[in-house]
Design a protein around this ligand. Sequence first.
Ligand code: FES
Length: 497
Amino acid sequence: MTEPSLRGSLWLHDADLRRYRPLTASTRADVLVVGAGMTGLLTAARLADNGLDVVVVDAGPVGGRNTALSTGNLYAPVSRMADLVARWGGDTATRVVQWRQQAVRSIESLVHRYDLRCGFQRVTMQYGVQERSRDATAAFERELQAYQRVGLSCDHRQSGLPFALGHAFQIPDQAQLDPAAFCQELAQHLVGRVRVHDWTQIVDIDAAAGIARTPDCSIRARHFVLATHSPAGFNLVQAEMEVYREYAVAVPVRDMPAPGVHWIADRQRSLRGVRGTDGRHWLVLVGETHRTGETPATDPAQRLIDDAQRNFRVEGEPMCWSAQQFRSADQLPYIGGSAHDNVWVATGYGPDGLTWAGVAARMIAEGIQGSSNEMDGVLSPMRFTPVRSAAGWLRTNATVARHMVGDRLAAASAGTAQTLAPGCGALLAVDGKRTAVYRDDAGTLHAMSPLCPHLKCVVQWNGHERTWDCPCHGSRFSATGQLLEGPAKQGLTPQTL
Ligand code: FES
């Protein structure tokens, strides 16, 4: 596997990622967990505590992929609480918040149990809007009522930002950590009870036969946990999810915001302060999004940097990165057993992923051990919720149809490979065939089939990240065609120019 595009996540900036041994010989286990991020490791920890023999594999480094691209925020509410209450009712929304509170507590107890050095701290979460307009005020009131409806205590104060909010409230007892450090530390403490193998890609799972294969060997297991952000290959949940890129920047600042999670809803901005290992104060600012495969011409990260410079005293160069978001059709993730009794999935976390990872770990571990729990009916990937999902399904399927059909009929760009600038990619007509062409910084041209190996949508160039992104289900490929993230299981097919 190729090193994924991890442009400068603050958590990876000076992280010393421990290497484990890739799996090279066939083996057996009770459970194979695919993915060594937050979901995979938390699940493995629970299973190992109950005496199961667990193997964890990851196609990249432990905790170094999607988990390391998150904010490190852990909180009980979900984004758009009022929508959740309207869609699912107050009682279910209350239980969802309680499950998430339990998940944060279980992560905290692991931190204390193993003394994990990951910067875990309990903090307040501030929800606010910057405007005082009638619309902003109404939206704020609606959200406040939803928070109160699900039993969250809301304190009408605002604090800790260098600009005033129009309205704000705070909820206590949320948490923050360094997600990459958490995974690295937890994995080290699991070694001896859990077999961890990094840089090991699963290329196929035959659920009926109970066998998973890497390019070199196989793993026989009773259960398979797909903790890969989105299940690789074909899975029905992919037809129900919208896929977005969300951008983040970390900028060194003179004065940090007050400790805690700050969510500015009408600006679509989340921010937090972090004291770096170098002693500097970092502002982490998150918020610009677009559909994967529909990259805007202007750089979303630059808008975040402009925001930071307007509101904080910036004292150095920013780091920029982005992460994939899989949003479910009915606002809740898909966690639990799949069409195969022995295959467990966890995906569709939306922007609230880290805490969902803790929910998923409990739910999947309990499911594997044969106990049912009240989360099954609500979060099951097999649920059928036509009323709650209708709008999401329509959006998703319209997007896929538009790209699957429309992009194939679209003409290639008018340019030629000769005129392509270094560092740029484009879909060009080569010998009458549309071809994905990239010119690297040294001037060498690389040509690939533009058809995504998953279900043959046409990939699109993302010039801000130098990747080829598939607009249908979110597979991403490096500029030269190597697979970065699925559901595709292989890279773009090279072509000659
Ligand atoms: Fe499904 Fe590309 S990710 S077609």
